[in-house]
Design a protein around this ligand. Structure first.
Ligand SMILES: [Zn+2]
Length: 311
């Protein structure tokens, strides 16, 4: 069974706390991921808005730290495709892919920066974080849509087979990305605004447009995004709304563990994710639907993105 988590800020904590992936100081340590069933881990490269030495250098630090972990630990493996992910998981490993959280991380080099990160395994490109950048508007500061540089970046990512991620993006950005998309668009870690109103959550219009591209939306476990009661039933309520608006194929998981979140009540780390699937089962979701949410929906989107890539 493939279980993908589309958003883990674990690299930030690996660097900040100077620990390895095996250390349970991490919410998504290897042991905790295994206990909770996660075997396809999206490791996020996040450059803070203010960081000494600049955004690109910080991304390099995070990536280098993860490459060190990958080299040191036999039980993790960078994978470049759904096929490699399945093989790695079948061999008992935790498969890992990289995401950039905010195109400010390639602020200077733009498409060339994306190409360089892609060569080292980048699979997901988040356009923005909590501030608008030279490519796209953010949901946090009333930013607009894609700039011409942003349009060029989105098109280049899709030609490379890199999934474009609109979590944190403004509504205008999300709708524009969906409208020009030639590959599935994802929101790696976002919940439903109709269930709990929050600037970081998605409107039904955004959910529907992401679904139309064949993309997925990863349920975010940060309690302020989930709303009350902030436990596994709140997670399920968001899942059911995403399913109602976008179809069951749109639902995925992007926990945001290790991202300084307030985790759900009773779900303090990745080791407890089994509760989410139990709750969906209790609500009558079929085994096939739950398999989709756990990993198959994401693999379908990733496969489609790679299938459309030009060499
Ligand atoms: Zn985030």
């Amino acid at each position: 069974m493939v279980q993908a988590d589309l958003h883990l800020d674990t690299p930030t904590q690996v660097v900040r706390k100077q620990v390895g992936l095996g250390d349970d100081v991490l919410e998504a340590s290897l042991g905790r991921m295994r206990a909770g069933g996660t075997n396809l881990a999206t490791m996020v490269l996040w450059p803070p808005q203010k960081v000494a030495g600049g955004w690109e250098a910080h991304v390099e630090r995070l990536l280098a730290a993860m490459e060190t972990q990958d080299a040191a630990l036999a039980e993790v493996e960078l994978v470049r495709s759904p096929e490699q992910a399945r093989a790695s998981i079948a061999a008992g490993r935790v498969a890992m892919l990289y995401a950039l959280e905010g195109a400010h991380g390639i602020d200077k080099l733009g498409v060339e920066g994306l190409r360089r990160l892609h060569a080292r395994g980048l699979a997901l490109l988040g356009l923005t974080w909590s501030f608008s950048n030279r490519f796209a508007g953010s949901s946090a500061d009333g930013g607009g849509g894609l700039t011409p540089a942003g349009e060029e970046l989105v098109d280049a990512a899709q030609r490379m087979g890199v999934l474009v991620d609109v979590s944190h993006a403004s509504k205008a950005t999300t709708l524009e990305v969906c409208a020009r998309a030639k590959a599935p668009v994802i929101a790696s870690h976002s919940d439903a605004g109709a269930v709990h109103a929050h600037a970081r959550n998605l409107s039904d219009e955004e959910i529907a447009c992401i679904a139309r591209t064949g993309g997925v939306i990863g349920l975010n476990l940060h309690r302020p995004f989930l709303g009350k009661p902030g436990d596994v039933t709140a997670i399920a309520a968001h899942a059911e709304h995403l399913r109602a608006v976008g179809g069951v194929g749109v639902v995925a998981l992007g926990s945001d563990f290790d991202g300084m979140i307030t985790p759900p009540v009773g779900l303090p780390h990745a080791g407890h994710l089994g509760q989410v699937w139990e709750e969906l089962h209790r609500r009558g979701w079929s085994d096939e639907e739950i398999r989709g949410v756990r990993g198959e929906n994401f693999l379908r989107a990733w496969s489609a993105a790679l299938g459309g890539a030009s060499p």
